[in-house]
Design a protein around this ligand. Structure first.
Ligand code: NAP
Ligand code: ZN
Ligand code: ZN
Length: 350
């Protein structure tokens, strides 16, 4: 086993602190990766605080991993030592069910194996995420980072990027469509950039009026503060799509009223409490409400290549791991511009 330095949440109520874990020695199909950067997703916080239930402690978060391959197993042909690679939210799945065969491993009928807070198939060993110096991953769940993408700014693509790219593709966003992105945080700012790169006209709906200038710089052509009731009157019936990235409970019904006939609202934000839904905003204009979970491995590679082609990366604030608890507090206040990324060099033995 490979002793590895990490940061873990010891329990739902305690701050993250230094922790040592063991990675498996690479098997025939494994890739061993030295982690360089790891993005900080709001899902890390939800799980470290056990807001979704079922958390396994100590919990080492992190599923926006970029690093360098140091060793590969005897059967690995697609990667070699020195390659720059990524690992997102999934490290394994059954590979045989219909969703897996379709490339949607995130919807595996037997449950995907998450990069952290999950259990390996077979051994049942707990998985630990990217707030750590290295990770052993099956080659089929390793992504290639295209040349030209800055590695720290590419890390958030592995979750925030694919989580916003996948539903825009799946639900059929087209050039010229009008889309509203709700919540300008990690996912939201990627949603703005990706929708813009796909040719859509983007409006940001935010609780933070101070983010207007940034929203426009990211590619939005309009911005509206959701605290103002006139926003919902002004924009009623305007959008083909709404991408809702909000991490806390809020009234979906109000946002649905902003869709055109046949418009689609996509939920990717995952608040811990449910919100009541009225049938009327849906039936009155034949609107749709859908959801989406990250994206499959093949689509994640497609997204990375799309980002390299269109020059799309994340706007980040690079932090040492020692600032992770402060970053979580700021994330809770909506004070993220627009993704924290941990410089894993700060975790190396000095
Ligand atoms: P984040 O960076 O914290 O951004 C969330 C944004 O939501 C905030 O910046 C804020 O934007 C807005 N917001 C926060 N509290 C709000 C409230 N009470 N009312 C209205 N708006 C509020 O989080 P993230 O990393 O982007 O993640 C967002 C959500 O997506 C989380 O629930 C996360 O777990 C989930 N997620 C889902 C998937 C998936 O596969 N579906 C993948 C990753 C993450 P403004 O300041 O602009 O209002
Ligand atoms: Zn995430
Ligand atoms: Zn499966």
């Amino acid at each position: 086993m490979l002793k590895t330095r990490a940061y873990a949440a010891p329990s739902a109520k305690a701050p993250l602190s230094p922790f040592t874990l063991e990675r498996r020695e690479p098997g025939a199909h494994d890739v061993l990766i030295d982690i360089l950067y790891c993005g900080v997703c709001h899902s890390d916080l939800h799980q470290a605080k056990d807001e979704w239930g079922g958390a396994i402690f100590p919990l080492v978060p992190g599923h926006e991993i970029v690093g360098r391959v140091t060793q590969v197993g005897s059967a690995v042909r697609r990667f070699k030592a020195g390659d720059t690679v990524g690992v997102g939210c999934i490290v394994d799945a059954c590979r045989e069910c219909a969703p897996c065969k379709a490339g949607d491993e995130q919807y595996c009928d037997h449950g995907m194996v998450g990069t952290y807070n999950s259990r390996e198939r077979g051994t049942g060993a707990v998985t630990y995420g990217g707030y750590s110096t290295r990770i052993t991953v099956d080659e089929n769940f390793v992504l290639r980072i295209p040349e030209g993408l800055p590695l720290d700014k590419a890390a958030p693509l592995l979750c925030a990027g694919i989580t916003t790219y996948s539903p825009l593709r799946h639900y059929g966003l087209k050039a010229g469509d009008r889309i509203a992105v709700v919540g300008l945080g990690g996912l939201g700012h990627m949603g703005v950039k990706l929708a813009r790169a796909m040719g859509a006209e983007v409006t940001v709906l935010s609780t933070s009026p101070s983010k207007e200038k940034d929203a426009r710089a990211l590619g939005a052509s309009d911005f509206a503060a959701t605290s103002r009731p006139e926003t919902f009157q002004r924009l009623a019936g305007r959008f083909d799509f709404i991408l809702d990235t909000v991490s806390a409970p809020h009234d979906y019904n109000a946002y649905l009223s902003l869709l055109k006939v046949d418009g689609t609202m996509i939920l990717v934000g995952a608040p811990e409490e449910p919100t009541p839904l009225s049938a009327f905003p849906l039936i009155m204009r034949r609107r749709r409400l859908g959801g989406s979970l990250i994206g499959g491995i093949r689509e994640t590679q497609e997204m990375l290549d799309f980002c390299a082609q269109h020059g799309v990366t994340s706007d980040i604030e690079l932090i040492p791991i020692q600032k992770i608890n402060e970053a979580y507090e700021r994330m809770l206040r909506g004070d993220v511009r627009y993704r924290f990324v941990i410089d894993i060099a700060s975790l190396q033995e000095k």
